[in-house]
Design a protein around this ligand. Structure first.
Ligand code: SAM
Ligand code: SF4
Ligand code: SF4
Length: 337
């Protein structure tokens, strides 16, 4: 059987984001605001979280369906104990071409070496400001920016290069950090990607007025460091890429609000408890843990994934303006962005 499955809009399944935990050591204002995710918030009990063996088995099945790229995420993936063990297992999966990780960087200074040794090739660190006061306020737990910078340096030193940086820009909160971040990434040889603040989940109090659009960001940076567009490296690439005219590297703009890219969306998301989401904004997931623990064979799992993907017609971002935004949605920390 051919290993690519087109969905109802003709999109193949290529990427899988795997959330390894719903827990996080940060409380970012746009993701897990402290007021909502307080001390008594009930995270998933351990028994409900997929084991490394279960994750690896599912990834093998997904690879059989055409997935070539896996990104580990969370919550904060580095709070999952023994993460390098999972990385090593996944690094050995045949035909998986790309294994990456998205992290807030808090535990990276200590962990980068082991992750690289286990076979991780790339890392994306989320960093919203170089200004310590702004960063401490945005991460919700007063975590100092210097420790994330140490994590970025450790990742680069461990060979997880080029390190990519994700910056979410929220109006009134960190727009003034945009240019200093651009300058820093240019100087350090990092690929900086700006992410429009999105209406994921139901907890972050999202308002369209708080979105700084990709066009605004482009204009701000281009005025100081002139830019020119780059062609996409691969079809379905979510980031619009631009290069500095002076040759000092490139930036990416992920404009999921102002320029939706559902037409090229080849991504599925697996939550920590084994729910499969076919869209970041999905209202519900599909339980893979029950069949996994209930004795399903790999062929059974493959058949149900094939039919799930075959029925997929999600294109939330493109429909956003058509009045779908008051539907309940899964939280970002649950499915990893
Ligand atoms: N904890 C890890 C981290 O922060 O990198 C991985 C999980 S986090 C949910 C993945 C990405 O989603 C991060 O880059 C984060 O900035 C982004 N994110 C979270 N909430 C967002 C929102 N409302 N809009 C845009 N991006 C968001
Ligand atoms: Fe945690 Fe990442 Fe969400 Fe921030 S964006 S609260 S670091 S999961
Ligand atoms: Fe993909 Fe859904 Fe995002 Fe559209 S809204 S790009 S379908 S995840």
């Amino acid at each position: 059987m051919s290993d690519t499955v087109p969905d109802r809009l003709g999109r193949p399944l290529r990427d899988l984001r795997v959330s390894v935990t719903d827990r996080c050591n940060f409380r970012c204002v746009y993701c897990m605001p402290r007021e909502v995710f307080g001390r008594d918030y009930a995270f998933l009990p351990r028994a409900e979280i997929l084991t490394f063996e279960e994750i690896t088995r599912l990834v093998r099945v997904f690879v059989g369906l055409g997935v070539r790229k896996v990104r580990l995420t969370g919550g904060e993936p580095l709070v999952r104990r023994d993460l390098p063990v999972l990385v090593a297992e996944l690094a050995g999966v045949p035909r998986l071409e790309d294994l990456a990780l998205t992290t807030n960087g808090a535990l990276l200074a200590a962990g980068a070496g082991r992750l690289a040794a286990a076979g991780l090739r790339r890392v994306t660190v989320s960093l919203d400001s170089l200004d310590d006061a702004v960063f401490r306020a945005m991460n919700g737990v007063a975590f100092p920016v210097e420790r994330v910078l140490a994590g970025i340096r450790a990742a680069a030193a461990a060979g997880l290069a080029p390190v990519k940086i994700n910056m979410v820009v929220k109006r009134g909160t960190n727009e003034t950090s945009v240019l200093p971040m651009a300058r820093f990434a240019r100087d350090e040889g990092l690929v900086l990607r700006f992410i429009e603040y999105m209406d994921v989940g139901n907890s972050n109090g999202w308002r369209l007025a708080d979105v700084v659009t990709a066009d605004d960001l482009l204009a701000t940076i281009d005025a100081v460091f002139p830019l020119e567009p780059l062609p996409p490296e691969q079809p379905g690439e979510v980031a619009g890429r631009y290069r500095y005219r002076d040759g000092a590297g490139e930036i990416g703009l992920i404009a999921s609000v102002s320029r939706p890219f559902c037409g090229g969306c080849t991504r599925a998301r697996l939550s920590a408890e084994g729910q499969l989401y076919t869209c970041l904004f999905a209202v519900r997931g599909h339980d893979l843990r029950a069949p996994l623990r209930g004795g399903a064979s790999d062929a059974d799992l493959e058949a149900s994934l094939r039919s799930l993907w075959g029925e997929r017609d999600d294109r939330y971002s493109e429909l956003r303006s058509a009045g779908t935004t008051d539907l309940p949605r899964v939280e970002m920390f649950a499915i990893g962005g």
